[in-house]
Design a binder for this molecule. Structure first.
Ligand SMILES: Cc1ncc(COP(=O)(O)O)c(C=O)c1O
Length: 388
């Protein structure tokens, strides 16, 4: 990694917090036991897993036994959606979700459509928000699941999930949220928000990659039972078999603990930096904000720089990491499905940059980025007008 890298792509992944790394080291070296073994090495590993489960539960206001550790959010989402469909075949065959969800939800939904599950994809308005009246209209008697993400990965837009959960429950459907971009960055309470199922991921809040989790409500009337996808030794209450990733889980727990303590301070400092950066860019001609100006997470700014291709900007930036959309789907050369669903033209979507700040972003990073990005945009626009 370059020493002088300015990293403004924290929605893609965050750097590991050194305190998290330190907490994981014993479990990568001396305390290597299998958490299922009943000898001392296993007991020590199991204790560490239990302690991490408590820390994660504290962060999301759940009971520890309601958490299933997975390899990340994609796995948690697959497990949840496919598992709910299999478990509820006698109740119904219809799912409601949104067109701006992450591919983990959309591709799982498409797969299920090929197995004759009916999916309704709700549209969003120009800010990227769903309309509650449309949600209400879409939920039917045979709807088994309503799945709406909490924070959008590309724009940071926050959906009104508490109200959506109420609508789902009124018709007897489970409510699920992909909270991958929210957990660890904003207050998330599964009880206050009426969430029955929730996916999250360690590497989005300064924990390690390859570990995440699934929250499953254990209390009636929305007690969630899932058909398992991964069969084996019956780990994680039989929902997700496989030897536990003890170092990863320990890291996830410590990342959750740090986030709880530092969330408010992070929010204020990062929000200030984001606003400074955004104000400069939106002061330029031919720019506009993608997303709702207020109903949005504090760390993201997604801006359209009309007439300047985002890939060209990124290529010219050398030591500044920003994104043109979501990293998980950046292998596809297609305009962002989130931005086009919000009404942007293809060329506006191709000219949009996502800047996502994090715990380790400082003022100097913002100052240097402003100057370099503006310079790059001028170069691209001058070159384009020369070609015309
Ligand atoms: C909103 C959202 N959901 C799901 C995922 C997938 O997470 P993971 O990398 O843990 O599989 C991501 C990652 O970018 C995301 O931003």
């Amino acid at each position: 990694m370059q020493n002088n890298l300015i990293y403004l792509d924290n929605n893609s992944t965050t750097p590991l917090d050194p305190r998290v790394l330190e907490s994981m080291m014993p479990y990568l070296t001396t305390t290597f036991g299998n958490a299922s073994s009943n000898h001392i090495a296993g007991v020590m590993a199991n204790r560490a897993v239990n302690s991490a489960r408590e820390k994660v539960a504290n962060l999301i206001n759940s009971d520890p036994h309601e958490i299933i550790f997975t390899s990340g959010a994609t796995e948690a989402i697959n497990l949840a959606i496919k598992g709910i469909v299999e478990q509820n075949q006698d109740k119904g065959n219809h799912i409601v979700t949104v067109s701006t969800e992450h591919p983990a939800v959309l591709d799982t939904s498409k797969y299920l459509e090929s197995k004759d599950v009916e999916i309704t994809y709700l549209p969003v308005d120009k800010f990227g928000l769903v309309d509650l009246a449309e949600v209400e209209k879409a939920i039917r008697k045979d709807t088994i699941l309503v799945s709406v993400m909490l924070v959008n990965n590309e724009t940071g837009v926050i959906q009104p999930i508490k109200e959506i959960a109420e609508l789902a429950h009124q018709k007897g459907a489970f409510f699920m949220t992909d909270a991958t971009q929210a957990v660890g960055k904003m207050k998330v309470s599964v009880n206050e928000m009426g969430i029955d199922i929730m996916a999250f991921s360690g590497h989005k809040f300064y924990g390690p990659k390859g570990v995440g989790g699934l929250y499953l409500r254990s209390r009636r009337p929305y007690k969630v039972k899932l058909e398992s996808l991964i069969h084996g030794g019956g780990h994680e209450r039989g929902v997700r078999s496989g030897t536990l990733n003890v170092p990863g889980i320990v890291g996830l727990g410590v990342a959750a603990e740090i986030s709880m303590k530092e969330m408010e301070a992070d929010q204020e400092r990062i929000g200030d930096l984001r606003d400074q950066l955004e104000k400069t860019f939106l002061g330029m001609p031919d720019t506009f904000l993608n997303g709702h100006p207020k109903k949005r997470l504090y760390n993201v700014s997604n801006i359209c720089f009309k007439g300047a291709d985002a890939d060209a900007i990124i290529a010219g930036l050398e030591n500044i990491a920003v994104s043109n959309g979501s990293a998980c789907s950046s292998i596809k050369v297609e305009p962002s499905h989130v931005l086009t669903a919000m009404g942007l033209s293809e060329s506006e979507a191709y000219s949009s940059l996502r800047l996502s700040l994090g715990r380790f972003t400082n003022y100097s990073n913002i100052d240097i980025s402003k100057t370099k990005i503006i310079k790059e945009i001028h170069t691209i626009k001058n070159f384009s007008s020369f070609l015309e």
